[in-house]
Design a protein around this ligand. Structure first.
Ligand SMILES: [Mn+2]
Length: 339
């Protein structure tokens, strides 16, 4: 939790009806949007503050049902609104990221702002760029931490159904629908608290999971039928998609979300990766089961990081070269060759 001094400062700012900006990482996901929109609604209910939620780039369509999503400012499209909001801000909440570079072009605005900066996040090794930090890598999600803070402030009565639905979404998406190890007793308890607020959890699961487009399914079909590679000797499976593959099926942001989990679902597989060639680079998603640290694998080899069981990375080599690099590092991980 924040220190007493930090808590006091934040409360003082909020009670003075200050200008608030809430900012999240690029490629905003369910946890980034859920935590920011949940916090936005809570601040409106508890302090009559209309916080501006700013995302560096557009969010996927399957999240556009979220209450408040229509108020979101897209940083790389609405530049004037973005600059104005940062200039006026007295208080900035940095949610679901540990380093300002994860906000791309917004990094400068965050660093240069004179506002009081508050981080709420669950990624490892947080950078020291905020005045107050609620950073806990054992939390399932940033949504869980936002709710923890609200409950600590005895603000539960200001969490209405909309805020609760947003916070539930991030807890759900960051834990693979409450399946991952990161989903603790607290996560389940908080989910219960939110359901008591009126969250229609079955509709949220429906809204997140059953929103496939025809082309997306065709792309997944291609990925699973032709692009899935299984290396039983290293308990590893991966999928690699070229720019051409994505174009062929009318790729839209978010279409690959969750695909890597199919590679991970092969019996006996401990590590899965998805390589996709987009915008002149290779984006990589890693997943693992148990103790295998894909965040370290990504940090050491693919300029990335994240969580023990879920991490991202990037490669500026070509697609075939990137895959060769990935294959070449597998033998150095003893955990993968021991049966
Ligand atoms: Mn998160």
């Amino acid at each position: 939790m924040f220190t007493t001094d930090q808590d006091f400062k934040i409360s003082e700012l909020l009670s003075s009806n200050c200008k608030v900006v809430i900012v999240v990482h690029r490629n905003p996901d369910g946890d980034a949007l859920g935590s920011s929109l949940g916090l936005q609604k809570y601040l409106r209910n508890a302090f009559q503050i209309n916080a501006e939620v700013i995302v560096p780039d557009p969010f996927p369509d399957f999240l556009d049902w979220m209450p408040g999503s229509e108020t979101i400012i897209i940083g790389n499209k609405q530049k004037e609104e973005t600059n104005l909001a940062f200039q006026q801000a007295d208080l900035i909440f940095c949610l679901d990221f540990n380093h300002p570079a994860r906000t791309d072009q917004l990094e400068e605005s965050i660093i240069n702002s004179k506002a009081y900066k508050v981080m709420i996040d669950h990624h490892r090794e947080p950078d020291n760029f905020c005045d107050a930090m609620l950073s806990d890598i054992s939390a399932s999600s940033t949504c869980e931490l936002v709710l923890r803070w609200i409950l600590h402030k005895k603000g539960e009565s200001y969490v209405d159904k909309d805020a609760a639905s947003c916070l539930y979404t991030g807890m759900m998406t960051d834990t693979g629908s409450f399946r991952f190890q990161a989903a603790t007793a607290t996560t389940y308890h908080y989910a219960g608290v939110l359901i008591e607020k009126g969250v229609q959890h079955w509709l949220i699961h429906e809204a997140i999971s059953n929103q496939n487009s025809f082309y997306k399914l065709k792309l997944w079909g291609l990925a699973l039928h032709e692009k899935l590679v299984y290396m039983p000797e290293f308990r590893t499976a991966f999928i690699a998609l070229s720019e051409q593959d994505l174009k062929q099926y009318n790729y839209k942001e978010g279409d690959l979300e969750g695909l890597v989990n199919y590679a991970l679902s092969i019996k006996g597989v401990l590590v899965a990766a998805l390589f996709s060639e987009r915008g002149g680079k290779i984006r990589i998603s890693f997943r693992s089961i148990g103790e295998f640290p894909v965040n370290e694998l990504s940090r050491d080899n693919f300029e990335g990081g994240g969580h023990l069981n879920a991490a991202g990375g990037v490669s500026y080599l070509g697609l075939p070269e990137t895959i060769e690099k990935f294959k070449s590092i597998l033998p150095s991980y003893n955990q993968l060759s021991q049966q």
